[in-house]
Design a protein around this ligand. Structure first.
Ligand code: SF4
Ligand code: SF4
Length: 696
């Protein structure tokens, strides 16, 4: 962190790791001294070594440095080494994104190093002192919604970690779906022991037959209005929602004969077997509506195991019974394989691979025709009862009654589950401080739900502690900056409130944004969306990026020296660029790279600034959008695509070719594509010719 008063800016150049062989560090120092009056510079042949760091610390102490540019390796490495108390440090990536990808000793490579260094120093010159957002009061209690396995597990783990938990369950008992199960032979969860433990735990307040009337506020300060016989308000710091699942609607499975009284679902059979003797011939249809594009395209992961378990119930209760299991694949992951083998060993349980062709109620029995069997024959089976292994659908989360302008529930994502990023951040939802656990998050069995409850609770606790320190949660964990709005110039256009993926802004009736900084994930999308350019972070603002753009020396002559501004998303695209460096994949020295929090944070004004400054083209590289998205900020990449249309208008107004601005999306592993993307784009630009504003 920086001290209140600006003191002194400095540059430290490392000449190790090929940097010194690639560029002339003395010339770089001269270029920087010319641009920044009074700046102090140092260079070292191995800046991150003990000796290098010692020299750097001495240098910063003696010069009274409060802002330091470190021209060395990528900011993704050696973070701890180059962190210094009281100094705002930014990194100039002269290793992965210059020395390892550009021709050594060339004039163009040297110019690139000088530009990239001036850019970061120009940014350092604009940043403001950061005052973290620290709410006066941060509540440490956690609300858990839903008393099934995941909710009970979350509550017990939270209480064990010393946090007070309010467990709200709308029914009159705990246990959820699992509490209605007859037997659980292949897992070791003692649900009744877990529910008794939670009921008697001094750190958990259980609210049965309780509904939520509203949840308002932000992480650290959520106000939860609940209603049972009385009304009350709970004050909590974060929320775990574990509202569970329901079976897929069997009425949609008429092709599998569900209209017949001789056809039941797994859930219906689980209940009936507790009170009725099972018949002599029972046939299970696995994947009933699952892994089927017309119904649920995913695997619900629990149903194979549940059907095998029910086959055993039948054999226990009616030893003369025969059971048929028709499957497409049997999926019994992990130790459940042993249970599968146990069921297979029963001579009266017949398993056959195939696809159901028809299910016909013949009046006193059901005829099931199975095709595409292992023997490639059509077979006909007859049973007294057919059980459909239907899949899992998450329960609605609208019961959370979130007082957010973007809706009362969690946004339902792919297949209606509410996890916001299955790949990188399980449990995170699009509402900061609200974590999803168990089957409302993803299909899973009881054991996984139990672990999931614990995992989500850890995230909920982490969130409270981050808010206490004024830090962001994932994916910018530890970031202490937050968006500040210069409201005098706000036109109530609602762009920020509508485009914030996390519902961070509420708004007045008039449409004026009301920020909730603790809900913010610091993506900067609102910086990109605001047409009045009044939203900024202390170290990421319209001014700081404009200063970077203008710090580049754009040569007048175009021939062989075009200039390309590249906005690179810090999440996946930047690491991919670094990996291109690690693989020594050469690309053009005409690029000037600006890392951004998200491609959605790019404000239109930076594009016009760059074009007016004489850049010949602008390339934006971000994470892949779409349903199987990689975008860490949900729809930043999609917004970039939408805003692209407006940008084309800007180009038209400036009488410039639309191809000058291009956007590409990559995955973190796409380092080969990065090389191609950059080189192809620069080639294309050379054909288009120079930006006419260059000479003005
Ligand atoms: S930075 Fe991102 S999360 Fe924060 S308010 Fe702006 S758009 Fe919302
Ligand atoms: S985008 Fe900017 S001008 Fe529009 S409502 Fe938000 S802060 Fe105000």
């Amino acid at each position: 962190m920086m001290s209140a008063e600006k003191k002194h800016m400095a540059l430290a150049i490392c000449t190790g790791c090929d940097i010194g062989n690639c560029i002339d560090a003395d010339k770089l120092t001269d270029a920087v001294r010319e641009a920044f009056d009074g700046i102090s510079c140092i260079s070292h042949k191995s800046l991150c070594s003990e000796a290098g760091l010692e020299e750097l610390r001495k240098f910063t102490r003696e010069k009274g440095v409060d802002r330091l540019g470190v021209a060395a390796c990528s900011p993704r490495v050696k973070t701890a080494e180059f962190s210094m108390d009281g100094i705002y440090v930014d990194r100039i990536n002269l290793r992965e994104q210059l020395a390892w990808v550009m021709e050594p000793g060339e004039e163009d490579t040297q110019m690139c190093a000088e530009d990239q260094t001036r850019m970061v120093l120009a940014k350092l010159d604009t940043i403001k002192e950061n005052t973290p957002y620290l709410p006066e009061q941060v509540y440490s209690d956690v609300l858990v919604v839903g008393g099934g396995i995941a909710g009970v597990s979350a509550a017990l783990e939270g209480a064990a970690a010393g946090y007070r938990v309010h467990l709200v369950e709308k029914s009159d008992r705990l246990g959820g779906y699992a509490g209605r199960i007859y037997k659980t032979p292949y897992n070791e969860i003692d649900l009744s022991a877990r529910t008794s433990e939670v009921m008697s735990h001094p750190g958990v307040e259980v609210h049965l037959e309780t509904s939520i009337e509203s949840i308002s506020g932000e992480p650290g300060n959520f106000f939860v209005a609940i209603r049972n016989s009385d009304s009350a308000t709970l004050k909590v710091g974060s929320v775990v929602t574990a509202t569970g699942w329901k079976p897929y609607d069997p009425d949609k499975l008429s092709a599998l004969g569900y209209a017949s009284p001789r056809v039941k679902t797994l859930e219906e059979f689980e209940q009936s077997v507790q009170v009725e003797q099972p018949p002599d011939r029972v046939l299970f249809v696995l994947c009933a509506g699952s892994r089927d594009e017309n119904h649920l395209s995913y695997c619900s992961s629990y149903c194979c195991g549940a059907a095998l378990k029910q086959a055993l119930y039948i054999r226990e209760k009616n030893p003369g019974a025969e059971v048929y299991i028709v499957y497409r694949d049997i999926r019994t992951a992990g130790f459940q394989e042993e249970f599968y083998k146990l069921v297979q060993a029963d001579d009266a349980i017949f398993m056959t691979k195939g696809v159901i062709k028809s299910v016909s109620d013949l009046g006193n029995e059901v005829e099931v025709v199975v095709g595409e069997s292992l023997l490639d024959e059509q077979i006909t089976l007859v049973a007294d009862l057919v059980v459909l292994a239907t899949g899992m659908v998450p329960n609605t989360t609208s019961d959370l009654k979130l007082q957010y302008r973007l809706g009362e529930g969690l946004p339902e994502l792919e297949y209606e589950f509410s996890d916001s990023h299955f790949i990188c951040f399980p449990y995170e939802t699009r509402r900061t401080g609200v974590y999803a656990a168990g089957t409302v998050r993803a299909p899973m069995d009881m054991e996984m739900s139990q672990e999931d409850g614990a995992g989500a609770m850890m995230k909920a606790i982490q969130c409270i502690e981050c808010v206490k320190r004024g830090e962001a949660v994932h994916p910018r964990a530890g970031d202490m900056s937050y968006p500040e709005l210069y409201m005098e110039r706000c036109t109530d256009c609602k762009r920020c409130t509508e485009e914030c993926p996390f519902g961070s802004y509420d708004e007045t009736d008039k449409g004026t944004p009301l920020p909730n900084p603790a809900r913010c994930r610091r993506c900067g999308i609102c910086v990109g969306s605001c047409p009045e350019r009044i939203i900024s972070f202390s170290d990421f603002s319209i001014n700081s990026v404009s200063a970077m753009i203008k710090a580049v020396h754009v040569p007048d002559e175009f021939k062989e020296k075009p200039r390309v501004l590249v906005f690179v998303c810090e999440n996946d695209a930047y690491p991919a660029l670094d990996a291109a460096g690690v693989h020594r994949l050469r690309y053009s020295p005409f690029v000037r790279i600006i890392p951004v929090r998200c491609l959605g944070s790019v404000n239109k004004v930076w594009i016009s600034d760059a074009l007016s400054h004489g850049y010949d083209g602008i390339l934006q590289i971000g994470c892949k959008p779409g349903d199987d998205y990689q975008c860490h900020f949900i729809h930043g990449s999609e917004l970039t695509e939408q805003r692209g249309e407006n940008l084309q208008e800007t180009l038209e107004t400036m009488m410039l070719e639309p191809e000058r601005i291009q956007t590409r999306f990559v995955e973190i592993t796409d380092h080969h594509e990065i090389q191609e993307i950059i080189n192809d784009y620069v080639e294309e630009l050379e054909l288009i010719g120079p930006n006419p504003f260059k000479d003005m």
